[in-house]
Design a protein around this ligand. Structure first.
Ligand SMILES: [Zn+2]
Length: 263
């Protein structure tokens, strides 16, 4: 009896399972829908920004490098051979330096004369910080050197020995197509690279002349001797009354030579 009950129970459960399985086709669809539900793609997050490429050629540094400002009132300029070479070799830089220093001048076109004289990069200077007794035709480089000389040599000596500043430079000239005296060699004057200075006028009205005062024990004489001695540090060649009789009445200063000669 017990065995019969067990068999009946098993059959009943099997039948129930069979009926349940056949009667629920929708549940299969539900499972399939769950498994194969359409995949909704996530929004694309692709950046369309193009990378930046730079094809610019590097700018040469001589185009971006600030031009040196050549200060004709600064002793450091006198000690810098590169700046002095720039004044001689770059007329634009030289004129800028003169402009900044307040030098008044006119540009002069290049010139070559028979006999080998001539110049380029020349100007006609009418005054600097001080008046000139006459216009001086010379290279810009020499005008710049004169400006350094006035500021660093002449005015300090004037204040020390004269108690007054110089207001006028008395010049004999600059450009002149001629030989060195007593020789067949062209003078630096023949290239606008030399100037001759006969004396000065002070703010308190004194005329101080090489011919009259250079050997004098007076303040004027001491001023002139100090000016000449210190000029040797500014110009390439400095010649004065002690050099020869030709220079009894003036100082000769020039640039453009190799080395220094001072007598
Ligand atoms: Zn001379």
């Amino acid at each position: 009896m017990t065995q019969a009950i067990r068999i009946v129970t098993v059959l009943a459960i099997a039948a129930a399972v069979a009926v349940s399985s056949c009667a629920t086709p929708r549940s299969i669809e539900t499972v399939s829908a769950a498994v194969f539900r359409p995949v909704v793609p996530a929004p694309l997050k692709v950046s369309l920004t193009m990378p930046t490429f730079t094809f610019d050629a590097p700018t040469p540094d001589y185009l971006t490098r600030p031009a040196p400002r050549i200060d004709l009132h600064d002793r450091a300029t006198l000690a810098d051979d590169n700046l002095l070479a720039l004044l001689s070799g770059d007329i634009t830089q030289c004129r800028m330096a003169l402009d900044a220093a307040g030098v008044e001048y006119e540009e002069v076109p290049p010139k070559q004369t028979r006999g080998g004289c001539g110049y380029e990069g020349a100007i006609r200077v009418s005054r600097s910080d001080v008046a000139y007794s006459k216009e001086l035709l010379m290279t810009c480089a020499l005008a710049a050197r004169m400006q350094l000389w006035e500021e660093l040599v002449v005015q300090p000596a004037a204040e020390r020995y004269l108690g007054s500043r110089i207001v006028k430079v008395k010049a004999l000239g600059a450009f002149s197509c001629r030989n060195v005296a007593g020789s067949r060699k062209l003078s630096k004057h023949a290239f606008g690279q030399a100037t001759d200075i006969a004396g000065f006028q002070s703010a308190d009205g004194r005329d101080i002349m090489v011919l009259a005062d250079f050997r004098d024990a007076s303040p004027e004489g001491r001023f002139l001797r100090e000016v000449f001695r210190s000029s040797c540090e500014v110009f390439d060649t400095s010649l004065g009354p002690d050099y020869n009789a030709d220079h009894a009445n003036h100082f000769h200063f020039d640039i453009g030579g190799g080395g220094r000669f001072c007598r």
